[in-house]
Structures are given as C-alpha cells and as structure tokens.
Design a protein around this ligand. Structure first.
Ligand code: KIV
Ligand code: ZN
Length: 510
C-alpha cells in the first residue's frame, strides 16, 4: 500500500464558489473536524485576499493540532509574505504558491513570456522557501501546458526548494489517461523523487475524482479535494469519494489515506450548513439516497445479504440508519447522548437551548427523527452567529390575497415589529424582513425541502441573495415552512451585513 496525503481545500477553493462564503467560526469548526478526521493538509484560505481571510487562516493555524496548515499565495512577493505571516503559528506551516503555465494564460492573462514565468518561479519559490520549510508550488492550467515547458517549470520549482509539486486541471478539461500520462512524464526530472506530486482536479466534465485517481496511478501521492466536492464552478474532486474509492477498491488501487472515514458524514453536514450549499440527494457517499434502497428487488437482496447491493456499509462513513429518536417525555440525559451519537458536542448553555428547542419540536411533531435533531441543532448554530433573529411570525394567506406577514425580530436585544404584504406568503414574509433589515440584494435562489417524511415534517429552506458581486446563502429549518423561509432569508441578510461591515472596516483601516 502506498500512502496518499489528503489536502483539503474546502476553506479555500471550496469557499471560492460564488455564495459559499463562511463565517470565521464556521471555518474554524470545519478545520477542527478536518483535523480530527486526520486530513494531512488543510488549505485554510488565501491570506492576501482580505483581512477576513487573513484572520481565519491565522486563527486556524492557532487551533489545528495535527494537520499541516497551508495558506495560498500568488507568485507575488507581498502575497507570499502575507501567507507566511498568516500560517506563522501553525505547528506545521505550508505556503502554497501558484503561477499560470499554459500558453493561453501566459498570453492573455499574464502577458508574460515563458522565460519570464521561469524567472518568477525561481524568485517566488525561493522567497517562500526562505520563510518556511514546506513549500507547495502549483502550475495553474498545467493540463493545457505543453509537456516540455511544464517540465522546465517543475524542474525550476524543485531546484528552488518546492517540496510539493501540484499540477492542477484548473478548468476540468483533462481525461484520466491524459492526466495520468502528465504525472508519468514528470518522474525523471532531477529531484522528482524527493518531492511529492499532487493532483488538483476540477469537475467541469464530471471527471474530477477519476482524474485524481488516475494522477495517483501516474505517480502523484497527494490529492487536493473538498468536502461535498465544493469549489469553483462545478467544484473539485470530492474528498469523501476519493477516500472511499481508494478504500473500497484497494484490490485494484493499492493506495490508502489516514482519513477516519467515519467522520465524513459529520463533516459533510457541517460544510453544507456553513456554505449554504445543500448536498444533492443522489450525491455519492454523502447524499441522502446514497444508501437508500427503494426498489423491491434491491430491498429483497439487502434483507438477504447486504453486500448484494451495497459496496460500503453506511456506518463506514458515519451514516446512522434513520431512527425514531425520542418523544416529548425524553430526558436531558438521553438527548445529550443522542447529540453525541450524531456528532454534536455542545457546551452547557447550547445544550440547554437545544433541549428547549427539541421539547418545542416534540410538542408540534409526532415523530422526532435523527434528521430532525440535526436540522434543529444546525439551525441553532446558525442563529448563534447572528445579530438579527426571527422572534415570531404571523402570516395571513389564502386565495383572497394580498398575503400579509407580521414579523417580530430581535436586533441585538431590541424587538422590532413590521407588517408587509406581498404576492404570496413568502413574498410578504421577505418584504417584512426587508422593512426591518433594508438591503438592495436580489433573491437568486429559494429552495425548500422536507427534512423527513410526513406532512408534519420540518422544512429546510435555502436562499441565496446577490448584491453586486457579493453572493450570500442562508438556511433555516422549522415545521412551519414560512418561519423556515424567514430564518433562511434573515441568515443570508445577516451574512451580507457582516461582509459589508468587514469591507467598511478594511476601507477604514486602509
Ligand atoms: O484550480 C487551480 O488551478 C487552483 C490553483 C490555485 C491551485 O485552484
Ligand atoms: Zn482549483
């Protein structure tokens, strides 16, 4: 078995997805789970991008106990200094610096010659190596770079001190055999045996995971990936898919990672909540239906012998069978145990709050399932980070119209009530929020799904708001779809306001 290092870039490439931005607390929570699940390297962000990015990389560098913490930098001296400063307190710091290598990027984006780029690699990799011992160099758009020139770039980066060489399929263009051949073509470069080659694959053609595995067969020993496959455009190779493909098909892929796969579901759920990007039902490994067997033939086979239709056990990735949890008579102790089983460790105050919410839910809903508890706690975590919250909502709806919403919100301790009408109850609710929290953003997504079965199921609502270049998402859950909608909308407006404040502070400080 060969060891493969898992480099998680959920907090950098993942967060680059429009609308997937996360708060500092959410990023630290995600980094903590990644560390606990034994991911080797956590790319925590792009420190030069903003003060917020710098702050989160630096905070993660302080908190992470075991994994290497990495900061991204363009091949620009100021970027590299900033990345070094951000990862300074990490037990094991890494600087990841990249420059484009393909003719298209050189001609149209960088307006530099091949020799000029070689010069840049020499200077910037050398600079990074003077600041930390662990330097990763990436040739952006490597898969559309002629091999001879790519070899020159790689040879330069190795000679100047890079310890990891990453060859990204930046635009998701390569096929598995091409990607494998590219790594094979690098192996006889001077010093290649002393560095680790890395894959970084995008999913534009749905080939990200296949390409990552092919890269490994070609000699790569690090895979860059993200939880839930989050990332630019169609996303990156999904960590859960890469890890489970290697584990499940060890017979033909003699490679393994250190990752504790039983933490996968926990990480997936946290990333979905923090990013506001729900996981599609049929997503491999972490989708709601990934282990569901609907057809009679499949169910029959499963009952006789699970391996007939199941290549992995749900428990391998931390999926518990849906279970009826407790009713309104369940006690605090049983509730705490259930939370721990689901992967939530809450402090005393948060536990008390969650228990109160659980009791309220049990009063309103006949059966409370694991999924209900998860939605309830995720909702609570979202609200804890918010300055404005929904207190109560009354909606008058029906065929008569116009629909009317009366909303009471808590704005940092001050209660504000507003009424609004709209064409439909959701529109009325959003108009009421807008009166209390005025903003110019446009609603670009409104999505509802039921957490469990039944007409008394909790609704989980996702919204996405766009204001100029800025996109923010919010989620909310409640047995009342309109209350869930209000919570989701408020969560997104809160995020927009936080971004606005961050921006104003940065401008003020400049
Ligand atoms: O896709 C890409 O090329 C990247 C680099 C910054 C590594 O994300
Ligand atoms: Zn990328």
């Amino acid at each position: 078995m060969h060891d493969i290092k898992i480099f998680d870039t959920t907090l950098r490439d993942g967060e680059q997805s429009p609308g997937a931005s996360m708060t500092l607390d959410e990023k630290v929570q995600i980094a903590t789970i990644l560390d606990e699940m034994k991911v080797d390297i956590i790319e925590a962000g792009f420190p030069i991008a903003s003060d917020g990015d710098f702050e989160s990389v630096s905070q993660i560098a302080h908190e992470v106990k075991d994994a290497v913490v990495c900061g991204l930098a363009r091949a620009i001296p100021a970027d590299i200094d900033r990345a070094a400063e951000a990862v300074r307190h990490a037990k094991r710091p890494r600087i990841h610096t990249f420059v484009s290598t393909s003719p298209l990027h050189l001609k149209y984006q960088m307006k530099k010659s091949e020799d000029e780029v070689i010069d840049i690699i020499e200077k910037t990799v050398g600079q990074a190596r003077n600041l930390v011992d662990d330097v990763e160099w990436s040739g952006m758009d490597a898969t559309r770079t002629p091999l001879e020139y790519l070899r020159r770039c790689v040879e330069t980066a190795i000679r100047c001190g890079a310890t990891t060489i990453n060859l990204p399929d930046t635009v998701g263009y390569a096929t598995p055999s091409e990607y494998r051949a590219m790594f094979e073509a690098m192996q006889d470069i001077a010093g290649a045996q002393d560095v680790i080659f890395s894959t970084h694959t995008h999913n534009d053609l749905g080939l990200a995971v296949a390409n990552a595995l092919a890269g490994v067969e070609g000699g790569a020993r690090q895979i860059e990936c993200t939880i839930n496959g989050l990332g630019e455009r169609a996303g990156n190779a999904a960590l859960e898919e890469v890890v489970m493909a290697l584990r499940t098909r060890a017979d033909v892929l003699p490679y393994d990672t250190r990752v504790d796969a039983t933490q996968i579901m926990r990480a997936s759920k946290l990333v979905a909540v923090a990013s506001g990007f729900s996981v599609q039902y049929n997503k491999a490994i972490v989708g709601k239906n990934a282990f569901a067997h609907e057809s009679g033939i499949h169910q029959d086979g499963m009952l006789k012998h699970a391996e007939t239709y199941e290549i992995m056990k749900p428990s391998d990735v931390g999926v518990n069978a849906t279970s009826l949890v407790m009713g309104k008579h369940s006690g605090r102790h049983a509730f705490r145990q259930k939370l721990e089983e689901l992967g939530f460790v809450l402090g005393d105050n948060a536990l008390q709050d969650a228990f109160r919410r659980f009791k309220e839910l049990a009063d309103r809903k006949k059966h409370v399932y694991d999924e209900d508890i998860e939605a309830l706690v995720e909702d609570q975590i979202t609200e804890e980070n918010e300055v404005a919250r929904v207190m109560s909502l009354t909606v008058i709806a029906g065929t008569g119209g116009p629909q009317k919403a009366i909303l009471v919100m808590d704005l940092g301790g001050r209660h504000v009530t507003e009424e609004a009408t709209g064409s439909g109850p959701v529109d009325a609710v959003f108009n009421a929020v807008k009166k209390i929290m005025p903003h110019e953003a446009r609603l670009s997504l409104y999505q509802v799904h039921a957490v469990t079965e039944g007409t008394d199921a909790q609704a989980e609502v996702s919204v996405r708001l766009q204001q100029g270049e800025r996109i923010e998402s919010g989620r909310g859950a409640d047995v009342d779809t309109l209350v869930a909608s209000a919570k989701a909308y408020v969560a997104a407006v809160n995020k927009l306001a936080a971004r606005h404040r961050q921006h104003a502070q940065a401008v003020g400080a400049a």
